[in-house]
Structure formats: structure tokens, C-alpha cells
Design a protein around this ligand. Structure first.
Ligand code: DAH
Length: 370
């Protein structure tokens, strides 16, 4: 810590040297100020009327000066005082870092500080858009748990225990469930279909719901597979719902989503929970259904002019049997259901060729969808 020395030599050179030392000490201490309390202590130490450093300098260097040196000393001490005053007034907490922001260093021509605003992930955005198509038709949104029981994921959807249809689902099971009855064992839901049953248990018909959400399958990741992906499911139940309602609804939804020129095509398929079942294709919205892009083959539709978008069908009466007590008597109500992969639709829509890009979190990729 700096102490005011007593002077013996009052020559201009000696005064100069003493003043320089004093200024160096003061600016050094100013740079060390790190809190409001330290700032106050620093100010008091230098400026206090009673025994502050400036007062001491006044006493020792000015009053103590021999008569013939008084004039010179007076000028020097005054200069020193105003310099110290500037340093003390300019001092603030975190002085060193703050100094580079001093007003005379601000270049107002530089761009301001950007605070990037996040945006919806392309898959989530696709889900919201597709859900929007159905909510505008009067559907409500339903959701359910990702960790599901065997009962909701399989049994109540008409996949009997040990039935080979379960093999199509590449299920990831939760470990250590063997002690429980089969229907209570936990797994990661392989599709959003269990939310059909969960919702019918709670709400009586008529029912119209869309179900967006993540699902899991034991698929090794590659350009078109991911162990976690997203589905959008739909279910409509009422009296006298027919396959015509299914076709009309889905045809309308695809035109809303992909554009009014797309056509739909329904081809027979199998799902345990629908009868009859179908796969729905849309005419390729990339090549317009021709299968070619100029001289090149159209890759997304594999030159067929059609792209498979979803599975669908009329709700199997066996499924209604599981929720009969909630008002779903298979002799009185009928319904249709459908399920599609949101990630695959996002890939097609944005012309992305690797599903992994959606899950790697690279902002250079994700920033392109803002
Ligand atoms: N859950 C089926 C799957 O993940 C997709 C599906 C097909 C859902 C037909 C449906 C449906 O609701 O009716 O493979």
C-alpha cells in the first residue's frame, strides 16, 4: 500500500518523481476495485478530508515546503490533486474490464449484439402443421405416455400375446419387468395408437382426435431410420362412420398439407387394430407423379410417382370390445383410424436426405428452417 513520503528534496525533478509515484499508486488501486464496498474504501483513503492521502500530501509536501520552494510545490501539488481526483471519480467496480467500454471507445458503426431467437424444430413444425389441418376439421388433440404398458401398446390393440404381428414393432422393453403380469410390463411405445384406447376409456363417443408424439423402435440409426421418431395418429368414432369418411377426410388433409393438386391412393394392407386396413399413398409432390425430374429418375418416389404416407383402416370391432364399458359398443359405433410418421413427412417436405440430421442438434442445419 502506498504511503505519502516526507520530502527532503523540493526540486522540480524530485517533485515530479514523487507525483508520478503517487499517480501510479492511485491508478493501480483504482484498477483493483471489485465491489461497492472496496470502491467506498478506495475513495475515502484518497479523498477523506481528515487524513486522506490528498490531505496528507497537502500537509507534508505543501505546508512542509521551504519558503523558496512553496510556489513550485503549490503548482505541482495542485496538478497532482486534480489528476488524483479524476482517477478517483473515474474509478468503478470492475474498473479494468469496464474501461474498454468507455464512451470514447464505442464504435457505433459496429452491428449490435444479436440475441438469436430459437425456432421450431422442422419435425415439430411439421407435426404442428399436420395437427392444425385436423383441428380445423374439429378434431381435438390427445396425448399419452411414452413409457407404456404391454396392455395399451399391444393387447388392447388386438395384438394377442405371442402373436407374430408383435414382431413388426421392434419393441424396446424396459428391463426387470418379468415379475409382473404380461399386460403390466413396461416398454417404450412403438406407436401412438395406445392413446386411442386411453382416450376412449376417458371420453364417450362421438370422438375425433389427433395424437402427435414421440415413439421408439429398436432400429439401428441410418439415413431413414432412427430409434426415436414421431407419429401423428388420428381416430374418429361415431355411429355410421364408413370407409368413405376415411377416404374423404384423408384426401382433404393431404390436399391441405401438400397442396391441392396431390392425389391419394389406398392400397390393401394389414394392421391388427383395423379391418379392413390400407396404406395411403400421395402422388409424388416432387415430380408431380411422373416419376422423373427432367432426364433424371425421381428419387423420393423411386420413379413410381407415388409416396407412401400412412397406415389406416376401420377400427376393428375387437378393439371396441376393450372399451365397451365406456360406450363403444361395436354393434352401435364404427370408426376409422390412421397413423403417419412425422419425421418421414418432414424429410420429404424439406428435401432432407438423412433423418439423423434432425436429431444431431447442429444449428447450422436447424437454422435453415427458421
Ligand atoms: N400404428 C401403426 C404403426 O405404427 C400405424 C397405424 C396404422 C396407425 C393404421 C393407425 C392405423 O391408427 O389405423 O405402424
Amino acid at each position: 500500500m502506498y504511503d505519502v513520503p516526507t520530502l527532503t528534496d523540493y526540486s522540480a525533478a524530485a517533485l515530479e518523481k514523487a507525483a508520478a509515484e503517487c499517480i501510479r499508486a492511485c491508478s493501480g488501486e483504482a484498477a483493483e476495485v471489485r465491489s461497492e464496498a472496496e470502491l467506498k474504501a478506495f475513495r475515502d483513503r484518497w479523498m477523506a478530508r481528515k487524513n486522506g492521502i490528498l490531505t496528507q500530501i497537502n500537509d507534508l509536501w505543501l505546508k512542509g515546503a521551504p519558503k523558496d520552494a512553496k510556489r513550485e510545490a503549490g503548482i505541482r501539488v495542485n496538478e497532482l490533486k486534480s489528476r488524483i481526483q479524476e482517477l478517483v471519480e473515474g474509478a468503478h467496480v470492475g474498473h479494468v474490464a469496464a474501461e474498454s467500454y468507455a464512451a470514447d471507445h464505442v464504435d457505433i458503426s459496429l452491428p449490435g449484439i444479436r440475441r438469436p431467437i430459437g425456432a421450431e424444430h422442422p419435425v415439430i413444425k411439421t407435426m404442428h402443421e399436420m395437427v392444425g389441418v385436423f383441428t380445423r376439421l374439429g378434431y381435438s388433440v390427445a396425448e399419452g405416455p411414452v413409457v407404456e404398458t404391454d396392455y395399451y401398446n399391444f393387447e388392447s390393440l388386438n395384438f394377442p400375446v405371442n402373436h407374430p404381428a408383435r414382431d413388426t414393432q421392434d419393441t424396446l422393453f424396459i428391463a426387470g419387468q418379468q415379475g409382473k403380469p404380461q399386460r403390466e410390463r413396461l416398454l417404450l411405445r412403438t406407436h401412438t395408437s395406445p392413446v386411442q384406447i386411453r382416450t376412449m376409456e376417458k371420453m364417450r363417443p362421438p370422438l375425433r382426435i389427433v395424437i402427435p408424439g414421440p415413439v421408439h423402435r429398436n432400429d439401428p440409426p441410418d439415413a431413414s431410420h432412427s430409434p426415436m421418431f414421431h407419429q401423428i395418429e388420428g381416430l374418429a368414432v361415431d355411429t355410421n362412420i364408413t370407409f368413405g369418411d376415411l377416404k374423404g377426410t384423408l384426401d382433404h388433409a393431404m390436399k391441405e398439407f401438400f397442396g391441392s393438386s396431390v392425389k391419394t391412393s389406398f392400397r390393401p394392407s394389414f394392421f391388427p387394430f383395423t379391418e379392413p386396413s390400407a396404406e395411403m399413398y400421395v402422388s409424388c409432390f416432387i415430380c408431380g407423379g411422373s416419376g422423373r425430374r427432367g432426364a433424371d429418375p425421381c428419387r423420393p418416389c423411386k420413379q413410381t410417382g407415388w409416396i407412401e404416407i400412412l397406415g389406416c383402416g376401420m377400427v376393428d370391432p375387437n378393439v371396441f370390445e376393450f372399451v365397451k364399458d365406456s360406450g363403444y359398443d361395436p354393434r352401435k359405433v364404427s370408426g376409422f383410424a390412421f397413423g403417419m410418421g412425422a419425421d418421414r413427412i418432414a424429410l420429404l417436405k424439406y428435401g432432407v436426405d438423412d433423418i439423423q440430421l434432425f436429431f444431431q442438434g447442429d444449428v447450422r442445419f436447424l437454422g435453415q428452417f427458421v
